[in-house]
Design a protein around this ligand. Structure first.
Ligand SMILES: Cc1cc2nc3c(=O)[nH]c(=O)nc-3n(C[C@H](O)[C@H](O)[C@H](O)COP(=O)(O)OP(=O)(O)OC[C@H]3O[C@@H](n4cnc5c(N)ncnc54)[C@H](O)[C@@H]3O)c2cc1C
Length: 382
């Protein structure tokens, strides 16, 4: 059994975990663990223009050659939402420039490498197992994913950051519950892009909405967002059944038909708006999707994860209880962080309601009824 001491242990090396690690590394001894030896394929790739400021501040803007494989400029968004004519939002006048369409997996590999360069101790392929709090230290047990030669590692950490995404494994082990506003899921495929128009596109329909965008290497992502209970589950199980659904929407099918033999089916993921009931406690906090997860309509999940990671660094440096232990500061830190997350959540819900409220063509359809303001939320227990 291996035993290590670290000041901050970050569980989860996704976008939230890596950005937190890189920004904290100048001030603290930081360790990151992630259950995956390599990042997984993920849908969720449109990086908001303001994220450039964070990448710039952390000196993470890649050189031109690396950039080409990581992201391409996204000129804007065309939407068929609220009526059948196209609305265009471009980023031409955005002071932060264009949004970026990422190769998500490569971007996460890039961030992991940068964390190592920064001197962060990175342990890939180690899964959070359990924890106990003793003598003002978290003793966190992780196990390797290699079942044949399973190793156990114990980290003694002054502070734990749970950045394990929507599953929030560490917080869950502390019996903290999650509140969900809906049961949105997303089924997604990728295909070679055959269109010249490289704008992202959103198209609403009676039971949800479609999204498609161009990725680096002239790939295209295409997804459908709906509630988990509105269709037979079998529709989202394989490319043949999903293609039948795609064919019903002529506009969306037009992106697919020229590459019909090259569709790659990735499956279905949760895409609902959720919030953990408690986001910070005695020497721990949750970050990114683990704390609050956004509807993909917002395209803000990654930016939120990055911005909150930066904020956590500022707060931990300000309260400074890791170097000089002070229980009053520990509690004050939790209060401030909790109130910041609550404020982000409040703004997010308000904007989400506004966006969904702008579509009124299917007022009586269940999907849209559930999103009308004033409808009882929290009806979906996770
Ligand atoms: C359909 C869809 C579309 C989206 N589109 C966009 C978009 O266009 N733009 C945008 O900004 N956001 C989008 N998002 C949201 C975005 O993907 C998330 O906000 C982002 O992934 C959050 O990053 P994270 O690091 O908090 O969590 P994650 O990316 O989920 O990372 C969690 C990490 O924790 C690790 N982990 C999990 N459990 C354990 C464990 N027990 N032990 C150790 N490690 C563990 C995982 O391997 C993973 O690496 C979308 C989301 C969905 C579902």
């Amino acid at each position: 059994m291996n035993n290590y001491k670290t000041e901050i242990l970050i569980i989860g090396g996704g976008i939230a975990g890596c950005i937190a690690a890189i920004s904290l590394a100048d001030s603290f001894k930081v360790t990151v663990v992630d259950k995956l030896a390599l990042p997984a394929d993920k849908v969720g790739e449109s990086l908001a223009p303001a994220a450039q400021r964070i990448l710039n501040k952390l000196q993470l803007l890649p050189d031109e050659e690396t950039q080409k494989s990581l992201f391409i400029n996204n000129l804007g968004m065309q939407s068929y939402w609220g009526n059948d004519s196209v609305q265009i939002v471009d980023h031409l006048r955005n002071p932060d420039g264009f949004s970026k369409s990422l190769d998500r997996k490569k971007f996460e590999v890039y961030l992991r490498d940068k964390a190592i360069e920064k001197g962060v101790t990175c342990c890939w392929g180690l899964r959070f197992f359990n924890s106990i709090f003793e003598d003002n230290l978290w003793k966190v047990t992780c196990k390797s994913d290699d079942l044949k030669n399973r190793t156990t590692t114990i980290f003694n950490a002054d502070f734990v950051i749970d950045a394990t995404g929507r599953s929030a494994h560490f917080a869950k082990s502390l019996q903290i519950k999650r509140t969900s506003l809906d049961a949105l899921i997303s089924c997604w495929i990728t295909l070679p892009n055959k269109e010249e128009n490289a704008m992202s596109t959103i198209v609403s329909d009676e039971n949800g909405w479609w999204y498609t965008a161009v990725l680096p290497n002239n790939q295209r992502v295409l997804s459908y967002q709906t509630d988990a209970d509105l269709f037979e589950k079998s529709i989202f199980k394989n490319i043949d059944s999903f293609l039948e659904l795609i064919k019903k929407n002529k506009r969306i099918y037009s992106y697919v038909e020229k590459a019909i033999d090259q569709l790659q089916f990735h499956g279905t993921v949760s895409a609902n708006s959720t919030k953990l009931d408690k986001v910070a406690g005695k020497q721990w906090l949750v970050l990114g999707d683990a704390a609050i997860s956004f509807d993909p309509l917002s395209s803000q999940g990654m930016f939120n994860a990055m911005a909150c990671a930066m904020q956590v660094t500022e707060l931990l440096k300000h309260f400074n209880f890791i170097k000089e232990y002070d229980i009053a500061k520990v509690y004050r830190f939790s209060e401030v962080y909790t109130s910041q997350i609550n404020s982000i959540w409040k703004h997010y819900v308000k904007h989400k309601d506004l966006f969904y409220g702008a579509e009124s063509r299917w007022k009586d359809a269940i999907f849209w009824k559930r999103r009308q303001v004033g409808v009882l939320k929290n009806e979906f227990a996770l």
